[in-house]
Design a protein around this ligand. Structure first.
Ligand code: S3P
Length: 174
């Protein structure tokens, strides 16, 4: 049986905060892939994008996902673009149940406009168009990768965590 969970989904769908609470509820270790990447690179995610470019970031992301993919009993929050390289999902999928968090473009725009300002891909003049286009492009990648899908648009963190646990139980008893 798979003992780890990987959360995937677009920026602003709550992967990090949901992952922290889910890990606590399940008594598993929480790992945020972006934190691992930044630690290994010795710089922040925006610095990696700015100084080395997106391709360099994706290579670091593949490396970090590879390192963590085999771990048992962890909840992993991936960055929003982790699905772009199939190898990441193939590796994570061996030990992890893949949980896809979705939200409407409107909710994503709202959630990503407050708080953290460290998302290089959203530092564009027209954030609305950027979010909609990126979402459209990425949707099939997320859908293909997902074992479980939860729409978080109208849910708070506790409710998302509750739904994940419920769905996992249902899947186990099938
Ligand atoms: C990215 C999402 C970010 C981070 C990087 C690239 C993406 O993570 O990995 O800025 O390509 O969607 P979050 O989804 O946690 O914001």
């Amino acid at each position: 049986m798979k003992t780890s969970i990987a959360l995937i989904g677009f920026m602003g769908t709550g992967k990090t905060v949901v992952g922290q609470v889910l890990a606590e509820r399940l008594g598993k270790e929480f790992v945020e892939l972006d934190t691992l990447i930044a630690r290994k690179a010795g710089k922040t995610i925006p610095e990696i994008f700015q100084q080395d470019g997106e391709v360099a970031f994706r290579e670091l992301e593949i490396e970090a996902a590879r390192e963590i993919a085999g771990k048992k009993n962890v909840v992993i929050a991936g960055g929003g673009g982790i699905v772009l390289n199939k190898i990441n999902i193939d590796r994570l999928g061996r030990e992890c149940l893949i949980v896809y968090l979705t939200a409407s473009p409107e909710v994503i725009l709202k959630r990503t406009s407050t708080g953290r300002n460290d998302r290089p891909l959203l530092s564009t003049a027209d954030r609305d168009t950027t979010v909609r286009e990126l979402l459209e492009f990425r949707r099939p990648f997320y859908e293909r990768a997902a074992d479980i899908t939860i729409d978080t648009s109208a849910l708070n963190i506790g409710a998302v965590v509750g739904q994940i646990i419920e769905t996992m139980k249902e899947e186990e008893s099938d």
